[in-house]
Design a protein around this ligand. Structure first.
Ligand SMILES: Cc1cc2nc3c(=O)[nH]c(=O)nc-3n(C[C@H](O)[C@H](O)[C@H](O)COP(=O)(O)O)c2cc1C
Length: 218
């Protein structure tokens, strides 16, 4: 079923869904495939399309993937506690995010499906640690627009997701679990897929355009 959403409503209400993922209702493979078909319309460098999309809908594999996510999140929390990581610290907004993040961590093994988008290391520099801004922008720009298309397509069908990257602290473990050739392929993140509980979502709080826009120079 396609929701009755204007394009602007779709663009402003496709949120990170953690607490409102319906963990009881399966998501049909047909719906995921339809959304992926739309996702693949995204731009990508030289139209190489060196992506592979791995959907996990087997409970045993989902549970193992979720365990990697939890371990990575624990590692991340330990880094925060030790003052090695500043990302989530600093004020009440961080606490709000923290509660919701913890909920996803505790329930990720229960989601109907997970997506791991992968891309070939096109320039062969990523694992060597010699990539430049050009390489990085071209690499990630060749998969992330499609991932976002996928999330928009899900939303249009009443399905939600959450953009997550924390498991990449343990990317190799996920590669081993799923048989991804680690030396030559990178993972873009881990995306739960579930119908949302209710379909009404709000616009996010963001900086006003006037604070971030300039014309003809920095
Ligand atoms: C690159 C990136 C990485 C993220 N990683 C995680 C993550 O590992 N775990 C998580 O719960 N949320 C993660 N998020 C979700 C963000 O916290 C979320 O997008 C942000 O709080 C804004 O909320 P919104 O997407 O609903 O507007 C990530 C988002 C992005 C774009």
């Amino acid at each position: 079923m396609i929701l009755d959403l204007s394009i602007d409503a779709l663009l402003t209400t496709t949120r990170t869904i953690r607490k409102r993922l319906d963990l009881e209702r399966p998501v049909e493979r047909g719906v995921i495939e339809e959304c992926l078909d739309l996702a693949l319309q995204a731009p990508n460098g030289s139209n190489h399309q060196q992506w592979r999309w791995i959907v996990l809908d087997d409970r045993a594999i989902i549970e193992r993937a979720a365990a990697i996510y939890r371990a990575a999140m624990d590692q991340y929390s330990a880094d925060i506690a030790a003052g090695r990581e500043q990302y989530l610290t600093g004020g009440s907004r961080a606490e709000q995010i923290g509660e919701s993040v913890a909920h996803l961590k505790a329930n990720l093994h229960r989601v109907p499906a997970l997506l791991v988008p992968t891309l070939a290391d096109r320039f062969g520099v990523h694992r060597k640690g010699t990539s430049t801004t050009y390489h990085d922008a071209s690499q990630w720009g060749s998969i992330l627009p499609a991932v976002w298309n996928f999330m928009l397509a899900l939303r249009s069908r009443g399905v939600g997701s959450a953009w997550t990257t924390i498991h990449l602290l343990r990317e190799r473990e996920m590669a081993e679990l799923l048989g991804i050739p680690y030396e030559t392929h990178v993972q873009a993140g881990l995306f739960p897929i579930a119908y949302t509980i209710g379909t009404q979502f709000r616009r996010a709080a963001r900086q006003p355009v006037s604070e971030v826009l300039s014309y003809n120079g920095w």
